[in-house]
Design a protein around this ligand. Structure first.
Ligand SMILES: Cc1cc2nc3c(=O)[nH]c(=O)nc-3n(C[C@H](O)[C@H](O)[C@H](O)COP(=O)(O)OP(=O)(O)OC[C@H]3O[C@@H](n4cnc5c(N)ncnc54)[C@H](O)[C@@H]3O)c2cc1C
Length: 421
């Protein structure tokens, strides 16, 4: 950020740990570290957490972390809907293809507005004496020791309503999401894994005759997920990447696509408010290396996930929990955090990330791309799906993979009872 003549010099702040991004990854890590007594500053560029159509799928893996934090009861009081199974609607029948009912202690997944969950975490963190959340403050650039871009990351430049800021820290955590500015400046190489589809998110009114569960609707050329939100559906229409822009721009085209999938729904498109359509450009990517001296990337900043399985926020929480456990004790001291510790966070989280992305890529290739390339009316339930829906062990597998995942984390640093030493 170049200062022009006459600009006031940036105000200076120091923190032991600076987290950029108040999404799921940043807020959970901030809370954990603050509970454990670390001086931590979180920057969030927006003035509030109010964002519609983000990851709202809270899996059992996250519910266990909330229990560890002593927030299970507070979470249960948030507005939410619990689903024990996920269904797919074919032309001839509806089948349950994932069953969470055998998972313990939370045999369900919860759909919760992301802002409510972030508000809960922020409220808890604010009660810790060494925590500061600076809303409406945007990091614009990394700072390096000796202003040498090859050197150790020493903080960030940022701007808020009062002007520019220089925040110095012993460790900067980039939790600034899939378009991470810090990652872009870090020079860490990103590997794009590709996705054939984009998602258009919008709301439609729910009617009494509609199914009473969250489900996907199988189609040819497009398909959709319908998240039960009480009096409305949160609909995600999945389209080939090259078609999504045109459909987003044309209500008639959107109506035709919906009519092909679910003729009972298309008339409700008229209820769609202007600006009520949100396009998610699906990207699947991951960093080869999540760190360099003084900097660690976590959550979407380290790996953007496909929406398949609704794992995005849950993996972000898992990364944060692992980072808190591994880095918290070192951050309680005053010595620089060795890069070897940052590498341990990556080593711990890389396996689940790669495994889940591998499954998502296979599903994108074998199921999504084929369905999107096909034409004709919605399909009848294939024999394999009918068989799967009858075998509990087959229904349990996707629930385990996406609901708990390999190497699920538990919170050891900053768990319930710690409140800032
Ligand atoms: C439209 C959309 C729909 C989605 N739907 C689903 C879904 O259905 N299920 C699912 O599991 N996942 C979904 N995801 C993905 C999910 O939201 C993310 O995987 C998850 O939120 C990642 O958490 P995070 O904390 O790593 O990053 P984010 O949630 O992206 O949080 C990053 C935060 O950093 C802030 N920020 C960014 N840049 C700066 C900066 N320079 N300075 C300060 N703050 C900054 C942002 O405002 C944001 O609050 C969706 C994502 C999008 C965009």
């Amino acid at each position: 950020m170049a200062a022009s003549a006459g600009d006031a010099p940036p105000r200076r702040i120091r923190a032991r740990c600076l987290i950029v991004g108040g999404g799921p990854a940043g807020m959970l890590l901030g809370l954990q570290l603050a509970r454990g007594g670390v001086e931590v500053v979180v920057l969030e560029k927006h003035a509030d957490f109010l964002r519609d159509f983000r990851g709202d799928t809270v899996h059992p893996s996250t519910l266990r972390l909330l229990d560890d934090l002593g927030l299970g009861d507070a979470f249960a009081r948030l507005p939410q809907r619990r689903e024990r199974a996920l269904h797919v609607r074919f032309a001839d029948r509806m089948l349950a293809l994932a069953d969470f009912g055998w998972l313990r202690p939370h045999p369900w997944l919860a759909f919760v507005p992301q802002w409510d969950l972030l508000d809960l975490l922020a409220g808890q963190a604010r009660a810790c004496p060494r925590f500061a959340l600076r809303m409406a403050t945007e990091a614009t650039a990394l700072c390096f020791d000796g202003d040498d871009p090859g050197g150790r990351v020493a903080g960030v430049l940022a701007r808020d309503a009062q002007g520019s800021l220089r925040i110095e820290a012993d460790l900067v955590v980039a939790a600034d999401g899939r378009d991470s500015v810090l990652r872009a400046q870090s020079g860490l190489p990103l590997r794009e894994l590709g996705a054939p589809m984009d998602v258009l998110w919008f709301r439609l009114p729910r009617e009494a005759r509609d199914p009473d569960c969250t489900h996907a609707v199988a189609g040819r050329g497009q398909f959709m997920v319908m998240i039960h939100r009480g009096d409305y559906w949160q609909v995600g229409l999945i389209l080939p990447k090259d078609a999504a822009g045109a459909v987003a721009a044309s209500p008639t085209e959107l109506q035709a696509r919906l009519h092909a999938l679910a003729p009972d729904l298309d008339a409700r498109v008229t209820a769609l408010a202007a600006g009520g359509l949100h396009r998610l450009q699906v990207r699947v990517s991951r960093l080869r290396r999540w760190h360099r001296p003084g900097l660690l990337c976590i959550g979407d900043a380290a790996h953007a996930m496909s929406p398949i399985g609704g794992v995005g926020i849950n993996l972000a929480f898992q990364d944060a929990a692992a980072a808190g456990n591994l880095l918290g004790p070192a951050l309680c001291g005053a010595a620089p955090v060795p890069e070897a510790l940052l590498a341990r966070v990556q080593r711990r989280r890389m396996l689940p990330t790669r495994l889940i992305q591998r499954v998502q890529i296979e599903l994108q290739r074998r199921v999504v791309a084929r369905a999107l390339a096909a034409g004709g009316p919605p399909p009848r339930a294939p024999r394999l799906a009918r068989l799967a829906s009858r075998l509990p062990v087959v229904r349990a597998l996707p629930a385990w993979l996406f609901g708990l995942g390999p190497r699920p984390e538990r919170i050891r640093f900053g768990a319930a009872g710690d409140s800032g030493r």
